[in-house]
Design a protein around this ligand. Structure first.
Ligand code: PEP
Length: 255
């Protein structure tokens, strides 16, 4: 089963809309027409429209970093799936560890968002991963299992292949500490096994499972060569065209 590698850039709370447009333009000229790797950029909400225009006509796709599960209503400060679709977003990051830790997002809330995204033809990039304390306590797989199963409750077999899962060990995000290839592959294979139990083997084989956590051009080739690592969710190294482009090239080379 060949899964096309996917490299997604999570720009977090960085870039004004003008800065986002110039980065998106740089990416379009460097990698906008390659089709070996699927590329998604996830700018902040304020930059989605500008970025959408900048990537229009290229193969780069647009994602958001979060959304509310309702379509509209009295939810001050929130943004919905139909609003993202109207800006031509195709993906949405859900359950990022920063949202879980800093904004109190529970698995149940993340699950409502996953279901709402799928209902609106947005591909969720569901983030799961253990903290350092959880890894040291030997509960990595238990934590990842709970986040994955609860986050995906109610997802149909038909829609399962459109899912993207990002395994992001919390201790590796923005810290410069990267999981070893063995640590990452072990968890990716475990997630693939969970997906097989939930949705059956054909669907599970189609789901892209990304690694996230200090992925850089220097460590990417080894990670991307692993059987169940289908790409990366990139934070810091997605904020600069050169490193992001190198990561896309590393994914192409590993394909
Ligand atoms: C992330 O926050 O999704 C991430 C992987 O960040 P970084 O690459 O900076 O560790």
């Amino acid at each position: 089963m060949i899964r096309k590698k996917l490299i997604a850039g999570n720009w977090k709370m960085n870039k004004t809309s003008a800065d986002a447009v110039s980065l998106a333009r740089e990416l379009v000229s460097a990698i906008g027409s390659q089709s070996d790797v699927e590329v998604v950029i996830c700018p902040p909400f304020t930059s989605l429209e500008g970025a959408a225009k900048a990537i229009d006509g290229s193969l780069i796709k647009l994602g958001a970093q979060n959304m509310h599960f309702e379509a509209s209503g009295a939810f001050t400060g929130e943004v919905s799936a139909p609003m993202l679709r109207a800006l031509f977003a195709t993906h949405v990051i859900l359950g990022h560890s920063e949202r879980r830790a800093l904004f109190g997002e529970s698995d149940e809330l993340v699950n409502r968002k996953v279901l709402a995204a799928l209902k609106n033809q947005l591909r969720p990039i569901l983030c799961v991963g253990e903290s350092l304390a959880e890894r040291e306590a030997g509960s990595t797989l238990k934590v990842v299992q709970a986040q994955t199963e609860r986050g995906l409750e109610g997802v149909s077999r038909e829609l399962a292949p459109t899912l993207v899962i990002a395994y992001e060990p919390v201790w590796a995000i923005g810290t410069g500490k990267v999981a070893t290839t063995e640590q990452a592959q072990e968890v990716h294979a475990f997630i693939r096994g969970l997906l097989t139990k939930l949705f059956g083997d054909p669907a599970a084989q189609k789901v892209r499972i990304l690694y996230g956590g200090s992925m850089k051009p220097a460590n990417a080739p080894e990670l991307l060569a692993q059987k169940d690592i289908d790409g990366g969710l990139i934070g810091g190294a997605s904020l600069e065209a050169r490193s992001f482009v190198e990561l896309v090239k590393a994914a192409a080379a590993a394909s």
